[in-house]
Design a protein around this ligand. Structure first.
Ligand code: TRP
Length: 334
């Protein structure tokens, strides 16, 4: 990691099981960023305690998130890949930032209101101050860019406000972080049930996970919703058929896409063939990643080494920042 690279930071919730939407929407971006930026990628295990107080599955989930991200191409030798709970400085910075965050603005946060509705018996202070902890994660490394999706924009805006207040009160310590994604708009991976994007869904056949076995992948593609076929030459595609073509573009060769586009346009397309091809190419794409995840998961010594190495890199950067922070706040008495 060279000194003059700009700093990127992002957190990944350890909820386990990446799907194709996560891959093309987030992880692929991380993998590209590791070449050009100084990257800190963190498993947000402390954040998960705000909604998942039962920690029985936590270790397994943390291992899976690490394994999946590495299998998708994140290189622990290029980025700092670490767990939030290993960096105690985060908790200290979170405490200072809590004095700059107001109850009113925290209560207005969309994610807080959503989660409070989902868990009315556990509206804990950690849930309320979730964006404060997220800000601590980011500015602990004085990061400038945060690769996140639309759902995190409000948290990022709050982070900028907390940073402004800190800098105004105690002096310029932090750059204002902003959401960042490579080049064009993020790729949207459509769901297999004809509407919306691929996400953790009620309909288990609408989403393809990187952990799905070959048979399940083919079945999911086969079950995808379709229309009754083009009725005239060069017809507009219905949303569900458009989605299948979008998926084909993600995993198949240009020639394959072209062939099926032509078949569609001259009304000779057979949806069974299209799905067969998509299923096969999807399997070709996912199965090596799945195998890699599994072999990493079996190697606990490797995972331990990854976490230690990541924590070490992260602590180094945290230490520098926290010295500046304590001094700026005035917590220096001798
Ligand atoms: N809140 C983010 C999410 O739900 C996860 C997260 C935690 C994060 N800390 C972060 C994202 C810091 C970006 C930067 O996905």
């Amino acid at each position: 990691m060279s000194k003059n690279k700009e700093i990127v930071m992002s957190g990944i919730r350890p909820t386990g099981f990446l799907h194709l939407g996560n891959y093309f929407g987030a992880v692929k971006n991380y993998v590209r960023m590791q070449e050009e930026y100084e990257c800190f990628f963190m498993v947000a295990d402390l954040h998960s305690l705000t909604t998942h107080p039962d920690t029985k599955g936590l270790k397994q989930n943390v291992h899976r998130v690490l394994a999946e991200n590495i299998a998708c191409g994140l290189d622990p030798n290029k980025v700092a890949l670490y767990c939030q709970s290993h960096i105690y400085e985060t908790s200290e910075l979170y405490l200072y930032l809590n004095m700059l965050a107001y109850k009113g603005e925290l209560e207005k946060t969309t994610t807080f209101k959503d989660k409070a509705r989902l868990q009315p018996d556990n509206i804990n202070a950690g849930l309320l101050t979730y964006p404060v902890l997220q800000t601590a994660d980011i500015i602990l490394h004085r990061a400038k860019y945060v690769p996140v999706g639309k759902d995190q924009e409000q948290h990022l805006e709050m982070a900028r406000n907390f940073v402004k207040r800190f800098n105004h009160r105690y002096g310029e310590v932090f750059p204002a972080p902003s959401a960042f994604n490579f080049g064009e708009e993020l790729i949207k991976v459509p769901s297999l049930d004809g509407s919306g994007k691929m996400s953790k869904s009620e309909n288990q056949y609408a989403t393809i996970y990187l952990s799905d076995d070959d048979e399940l992948i083919r079945t999911k593609v086969k079950k995808a919703k379709m229309d009754s076929g083009p009725k005239e030459m060069n017809a507009m595609k219905s949303p569900e058929v458009e989605n299948i073509f979008l998926l084909l573009k993600l995993v198949s060769s240009g020639d394959t896409v072209k062939k099926f586009e032509e078949d569609y346009n001259n009304c000779t397309i057979k949806y069974g063939d299209l799905k067969g091809q998509l299923g096969a190419d999807m399997v070709k794409f996912i199965s090596p990643i799945r195998e890699k995840v599994n072999s990493i998961l079996e190697d606990e010594r490797y995972l331990k080494q990854v976490m230690e190495q990541g924590a070490e890199k992260s602590r180094k950067s945290a230490k520098t920042t926290m010295e500046l922070v304590r001094e700026a706040i005035g917590l220096k008495y001798f």
